[in-house]
Design a protein. Structure first.
Length: 98
């Protein structure tokens, strides 16, 4: 493993590097960028399923999706670590299957 990083630390890293530009773009436009990255991840997964995937590209696309999700959380004022804790850890988390 390259190194452990908390969700909070990653969200802070993204905020420190990109917040000014991201906030100026706004949530709606940023969401479109996020969806483009999700599409690129979908393509990388499809290539993997076909047997011609690139593991390095797959990792990059996962990282990009996570970065854009953190960006959206930053510009909408959501603390991802807190949201995850409240949804999945507090009081035993949700029941049922995902």
């Amino acid at each position: 493993m390259a190194g452990d990083m908390t969700i909070q630390a990653f969200q802070s890293l993204i905020r420190d590097r990109y917040f000014e530009t991201d906030a100026a773009r706004g949530a709606a436009s940023t969401f479109l960028w996020f969806m483009e990255e999700v599409g690129e991840l979908a393509e990388a997964i499809a290539r993997l399923e076909r047997g011609d995937g690139d593991p390095d590209n797959l990792r990059e696309e996962f990282a990009d999706v996570l970065a854009w999700l953190a960006t959206l959380a930053n510009i909408t004022g959501v603390d991802l670590a807190e949201a995850i804790h409240n949804k999945y850890l507090r009081d035993g988390g949700p029941s049922g299957t995902k």
